[in-house]
Write a protein that binds this ligand. Structure first.
Ligand code: CA
Length: 188
């Protein structure tokens, strides 16, 4: 039967998640039913394979990196509903209200982690190459790709380290509307 109590969303859970993430009770319930439908094992947590059953995600070229981002704070390679909601909260438009998770800095940090494949807090030349390869696939010649990478590093690398630190990354994106580009409109 499994532990059914973990699969029930109690009113106090909804209240706490609402405080933490800024989602409305309706949104929380809708996302909870999405979560349980992905949870094939009925165990109250999702595996990486469960995430890959989200069609919008499966067709995304950097799908692996987005899924990885959900597991950054997970210690056992499973994601419970609370962790799931905390990650989704980063995609909420910032003007909705003042929840820390969806500030400009949090969105930048989240994107940076998607590029930083080995989690060493810098984006190396190799990491930039591999993420660009995931995005553009075979649609571009290798030397064209390398010249984009070189140019990006030269422009972004303020510290002269040959790789991109989080500060470099924020500076490079300082004129980009990160708040809007990294937001998803959730139905209310
Ligand atoms: Ca790295």
């Amino acid at each position: 039967m499994g532990n059914k109590s973990s699969l029930i969303l109690r009113p106090e859970d909804i209240r706490e998640i609402q405080e933490e993430t800024g989602f409305t009770p309706n949104q929380i319930e809708r996302l909870f039913s999405r979560f349980t439908s992905l949870d094939r094992g009925d165990c109250g947590t999702l595996s990486r394979e469960d995430f890959l059953r989200i069609p919008e995600l499966a067709i995304n070229p950097i799908c692996d990196r987005i899924v990885h981002a959900f597991f950054i704070d997970s210690h056992d390679d499973r994601v419970n509903f609370r962790q799931f909601m905390n990650v989704l909260a980063r995609f909420r438009p910032p003007k909705a209200n003042k929840i820390k998770l969806n500030s400009r800095e949090d969105k930048l940090r989240f994107t940076f982690k998607m590029y930083d494949l080995d989690d060493d807090d810098v984006i190396s030349r190799e990491e930039l190459v591999s993420i660009l390869q995931m995005m553009v696939g075979e649609n571009i010649e290798q030397d064209q790709l390398m010249s984009i990478v070189e140019r990006t590093i030269v422009e972004a690398d303020r510290s002269g380290s040959g790789s991109i630190t989080f500060d470099d990354f924020c500076t490079a994106l300082s004129r980009t509307d990160v708040e809007r580009k990294l937001s998803i409109i959730f139905l209310s």
